[in-house]
Design a protein around this ligand. Structure first.
Ligand code: C2E
Ligand code: MG
Ligand code: MG
Ligand code: MG
Length: 294
């Protein structure tokens, strides 16, 4: 096509692999090396408590720095890792690394936060999952409530009986469970009464449509999600908050926590450490201040 053969090898390689299928295969095979050769790393997106505007948690997000293709989005390689089964050892690495980082922040005397880790279907179904998670958290000496497992609606309802058992075990120990991307899974609401969970993460799809002066149906749906969660004694975290207008709506709804580019992008661990240090020192946060009480 119109692709130029530049001086850099990235161009050359990606042209050679311009067949989507072969690039897919290359990435899929490359995932083994990614884990053993240290090409994977985590970024952490702060989660802000809306009542205080303080950082109370972080979501660990996996990144792959590929030697040839450069930085690859998890949206592209996680599905491949799921297909090949590599998501199980990779997921263990994510859990270990995220817990160790939480421990390191604590050991540095920084304010305690919880760490959210995304789990895929394959991990949840892996034999001995609950025991392995407990082993990992136990080994770092973190309180159980510091780990928050994010699982999408679709994955949760795939196998209600099995999930109820695994999540029940984890929650009995004190590990938190979140429903990720809530509201986008085309599932019945009935599973909410069937499954042990702690937090609803309202999908960015709803948040994106907040902040207009017209409080139309998208606003009503978001408001209803928050009210329903509270009625079920669940916390709500809003994802993808990008504007102060969206934040004002979420404040008004008494949404519990928020994350998004308005506050912070996913950051390297050191940057989160610096933010926590500043917070501990009582410096005014960069986050917009709370809306006045009603
Ligand atoms: P997710 O768990 O729903 O993560 C939220 C995604 O929204 C992240 O994308 C994050 O960078 C992005 N985001 C955060 N704030 C904003 C915002 O204000 N605006 C916009 N437009 N986007 C925002 P990311 O990092 O590309 O991750 C995509 C998905 O990949 C995640 O969705 C999650 O499903 C999956 N993923 C990431 N890390 C892992 C992991 O360690 N294990 C598993 N199984 N899946 C993971
Ligand atoms: Mg998530
Ligand atoms: Mg999400
Ligand atoms: Mg998502």
């Amino acid at each position: 096509g119109a692709r130029t053969w530049g001086e850099n090898s990235v161009q050359v390689y990606s042209s050679a692999a311009s067949e989507p299928k072969s690039e897919r295969l290359a990435l899929k095979n490359g995932l083994r090396d990614a884990l053993t050769r240290g090409q994977l790393f985590l970024e952490y997106q702060p989660q802000v408590d809306l009542a205080t505007r303080r950082i109370v948690g972080v979501e660990a997000l996996l990144r792959w720095q590929h030697p040839v293709y450069g930085r690859i989005d998890p949206g592209r390689f996680i599905p491949l890792a799921e297909e090949s089964g590599m998501i199980v050892p990779i997921g263990d690495w994510v859990l270990r690394t995220a817990c160790a980082q939480n421990r390191a922040w604590r050991d540095a005397g920084l304010p305690a936060v919880k760490t959210a880790v995304n789990l895929s279907a394959r991990q949840l179904r892996a034999p001995g999952m609950a025991a392995r998670v407990m082993e990992i958290v136990g080994a770092t000496g973190l309180p159980w409530g510091c780990l928050d497992l994010e699982i999408t609606e679709g994955v949760l309802i795939e196998d209600l009986d099995a999930n109820r058992k695994v999540l029940g075990e984890l929650r009995a120990a004190g590990v938190l469970v979140s429903i990720d991307d809530f509201g986008t899974g085309y599932s019945s609401l009935n599973y909410l009464s069937e499954l042990p969970v702690d937090i609803l993460k309202m999908d960015g799809l709803f948040v994106r449509r907040l902040g207009s002066s017209l409080r139309t149906r998208p606003y009503a749906i978001a408001e209803t999600i928050v009210a329903m969660a509270h009625r079920l004694e669940l916390k709500v975290i809003a994802e993808c908050v990008e504007t102060t207008e969206q934040l004002a709506d979420l404040d008004f709804m008494r949404c519990n926590e928020a994350q998004g580019y308005l506050f912070h992008r996913p950051l390297p661990a050191e940057s989160v450490g610096a933010l926590l240090a500043r917070q501990a020192a009582g410096a005014a946060g960069s986050a917009p201040s709370p809306a006045p009480a009603l």
